[in-house]
Design a protein around this ligand. Structure first.
Ligand SMILES: [Zn+2]
Length: 324
């Protein structure tokens, strides 16, 4: 084992060779092509577990010695390629680096990747016999019959539990909380809302006093009520990236359209009948899983004319090649 070569401060570190983008090479790799670095390193790669090799842009590389015209031509071709988007062919004025996508295609590819991940998530949930959707409404202005709880199995669309929500602090509410504790002891819980939607439909409303907010602790007593997270997906957060809606043309953050009823309708029902609402959300997850749920006609990868981006490069980078 050679002695350690410490990393160069401030440069991006790659710990796997297959993560290194097109166009970045070590000195040794350049040397094998008759080249040597022509500029400062732009990143570094880990090798032997404790050594870092600087990485150089091939576009800046120069020939080690006077090159033949064939070498010259190969070098020119390699350089020229660094400026050409591999998706749309757009010629940029700067080397495109990572993945060789132009800005416009990078946005489309990032959004398409999220769209694709949303479908993977929906497929996992639909296939999981222990996944269940929890719908809650404790809107004090609603009819008492609409202040309720419903739990629907994601795979079988079966109603696992439904009950009136009861008032905070009453035995009726305590019984609902106990039942949910038992139901979700060994189940994956899916929630309806994300950061959008009426507060009265957040599950934590069941265990909080009216007008108080949920205080997450290291070990919450009712984990099903903790605000949504990566392990606790929400229907809203799966649907938004699938649909591909964004606030701004260059944004890569899909969100729920705020103006319901304008040109983008809500993809599930939000009514006074929680069982019907829950079923509509479970149906939505099934449609996303099988690909039949509509995608926004103005989703970035739909409108730019180059179709669905080929994510194979990104897949390699993230080690997700086998996930599809
Ligand atoms: Zn492009």
């Amino acid at each position: 084992m050679p002695s350690a070569v410490p990393p160069i401060p401030g440069l991006r570190r790659y710990t796997r060779w297959d993560e290194i983008p097109d166009g970045l090479y070590t000195k040794t790799q350049l040397g094998s092509q008759g080249l040597k670095p022509g500029g400062e390193p732009v990143a570094q790669a880990l090798y032997h577990g404790n050594c870092y090799a600087p990485l150089y842009l091939i576009g800046e590389a120069v020939a080690k010695r006077a090159c033949t015209s064939a070498q010259r031509a190969a070098l020119d071709r390699a350089r020229a390629l660094q400026y050409v988007c591999r998706r749309c062919g757009h010629q940029d004025h700067e080397p495109l680096g990572r993945g060789r996508w132009c800005d416009r295609c990078s946005v489309a590819a990032a959004l398409f990747d999220l769209h694709d991940q949303a479908q993977q998530r929906a497929r996992e949930l639909v296939a999981d016999p222990a996944a269940a959707l929890l719908v809650v409404d404790v809107d004090p202005d609603a009819l008492p019959t609409a202040q309720a709880v419903a739990v629907i199995g994601v795979r079988g669309r079966d109603v696992l539990y439904t009950a009136p929500a009861g008032e905070y602090g009453t035995p009726e509410r305590s019984a609902v909380i106990d039942r949910l504790d038992a139901l979700f002891a060994d189940r994956c819980v899916v929630e309806e809302p994300d950061f959008t939607g009426p507060l009265s439909r957040f599950p934590d409303r069941l265990i909080c006093q009216p007008n108080q907010s949920f205080q997450p602790g290291p070990d919450p007593v009712h984990p099903w009520a903790a605000p949504h997270s990566k392990v606790r997906p929400s229907v809203a957060r799966i649907w938004a990236p699938w649909f591909g809606w964004t606030d701004r043309p260059s944004s890569t953050i899909p969100s729920i359209p705020s103006a319901w009823g304008d040109d983008v309708p809500l993809a599930w029902s939000r009514s006074l009948d929680l069982v019907a609402d829950g079923r509509s959300m479970v149906d939505l997850l099934h449609r996303i899983a099988d690909g039949s749920e509509p995608v926004w006609e103005r989703a970035a990868w739909m409108v730019d004319g180059y179709g669905e981006p080929d994510l194979s490069w990104d897949r390699r980078r993230n080690g997700l090649g086998a996930a599809a």
